[in-house]
Design a protein around this ligand. Structure first.
Ligand code: HEC
Ligand code: HEC
Length: 366
């Protein structure tokens, strides 16, 4: 069911790209150029097909925080992607949405998406434009049909007006709806941590301990958590014990058993704010993540060879070294990003009650 939906989504993508070139508008818009940090690789997203405008970004932000996107008006994108948690879902091993139902995987943080080739833990979606569809139609997330969302939006004079100003259209179609969410998400660039200011010579300083941590990180971690993005975008099995009947990882997309238990290497930026960790949220702290890499790595047919030494699973890292690596990881926190008012919930929703903020249960942490 899930897989078929993904195939359908990719078919829609082709049709959609074919028509996106013909968007005509004589409306005055203010174009916005996203900042591309000098320590990042070039962006992947085709901004030419969806040029960012102030109007489009603001509209995307409004939609991102509007529970109108969920079937029962209880949940918005912002319920699971919280700014203070770098747009991950803090303290939730498995994100939950409508009716407090639990999903299967830990919500990914949202930042630097412009630079991402694939989306989701298993890389099942290839375009940022289509990544909201999964959440929208997933019965435990927003549990809503795209058609119905479009109907609700078209019924709102306010939204019709905003879409006209942002895209010059009189009818809200799936294309402009998805493009506006992308426009907001494209502005979520996080590149102003103390580490960035150190590496770009902008006055950021690292302590001796943090510098030693950086060196250890380069020896033991950066072959996967690579580049200024802190991920090489590949899919790998890092030995997190996994129940394959419940979640096969990348294999669910490629149908290839050699991809069993492989997940997209996540960025480690803002890792201080995004606990719990791993695709299933099974590790609750960075100390435990480091313990995982030394003594918790599970042997399996698809375990990444980089995580084996002398044929034994796991990396050799001493306790003092672990402390230094964690000290370094803390320099990747971008507090400007998590407090930037341009990304926060617009005033208009701040007083709406959120049924989902109640009855949280936190299980599954090791
Ligand atoms: C109920 C919680 C929930 C809601 C609501 C939700 N998401 Fe997510 N989101 C997730 C989870 C969980 C994942 C990871 C799923 C996976 O990898 O299988 C995710 C992944 C994503 C990703 C992929 C990020 C990456 O780096 O690969 C994007 C983009 C995204 N969501 C955008 C949105 C948008 C836009 C909305 C609103 C339309 C939304 N989400 C609503 C839980 C949620
Ligand atoms: C062989 C590649 C590889 C190496 C080497 C590696 N990692 Fe990972 N890392 C991964 C993958 C893949 C995941 C996601 C696994 C999952 O979710 O099941 C991950 C997840 C993580 C997470 C959780 C991130 C999140 O958002 O949930 C942290 C923290 C982390 N790694 C830190 C490190 C540190 C520190 C090192 C070095 C000691 C390291 N990793 C070495 C591949 C690697």
């Amino acid at each position: 069911m899930f897989k078929h939906k993904k195939v359908l989504i990719s078919l829609c993508i082709s049709a959609y790209l074919a028509i996106s070139a013909f968007q005509i508008s004589n409306i005055q818009r203010t174009f916005f150029k996203p900042e591309i940090p000098s320590n990042f690789p070039p962006p992947v997203y085709e901004l030419k097909a969806n040029p960012l405008t102030e109007e489009g970004i603001e509209l995307g932000r409004t939609l991102f925080y509007d529970p109108i996107l969920s079937s029962d008006g209880s949940t918005s994108c912002g319920s699971c992607h919280q700014q203070f948690a770098a747009f991950a879902h803090q303290d939730h091993p498995m994100s939950h949405g409508v009716d407090n139902q639990f999903g299967r995987r830990n919500a990914l943080p949202l930042f630097n998406l412009l630079f991402s080739k694939t989306f989701f833990w298993d890389g099942g979606v290839h375009s940022l434009d289509f990544s909201p569809l999964n959440a929208l139609e997933n019965e435990v997330e927003l549990n809503e049909q795209l058609d119905n969302v479009l109907k609700k939006l078209n019924d709102s004079e306010e939204y019709r007006d905003k879409f006209k100003k942002a895209f010059g259209v009189s009818e809200i179609t799936s294309k402009v709806f998805l493009q506006s969410l992308t426009q907001f998400m494209a502005t979520l660039v996080s590149a102003n941590s103390r580490y960035d200011k150190f590496i770009r010579n902008e006055g950021g300083l690292l302590t001796a301990e943090e510098k030693e941590g950086l060196e250890l990180f380069e020896q033991k971690c950066s072959s996967c958590h690579a580049t200024g993005l802190f991920t090489d975008g590949s899919f790998r099995n890092n030995g997190v014990p996994n129940n394959y009947r419940f979640d096969k990882g990348r294999e669910e997309i490629t149908l290839n058993a050699s991809d069993r238990g492989k997940y997209k290497v996540p960025s480690l930026r803002n890792i201080e704010f995004t606990a719990p960790y791993m695709h299933d949220g099974s590790i609750s702290s960075l100390e435990k993540v480091l313990d995982h890499y030394t003594s918790g790595v599970e042997q399996s047919a698809t375990l990444d060879p980089l995580l084996k030494q002398n044929n034994q699973p796991g990396l050799a890292i001493t306790d003092p070294e672990k402390k230094k690596i964690i000290a370094f990881l803390m320099t990747l926190s971008d507090r400007e990003f998590i407090t930037d008012k341009r990304f926060s919930e617009p005033e208009l929703f701040l007083n709406t009650p959120k049924p989902n903020e109640k009855n949280h249960s936190h299980t599954n942490n090791r």
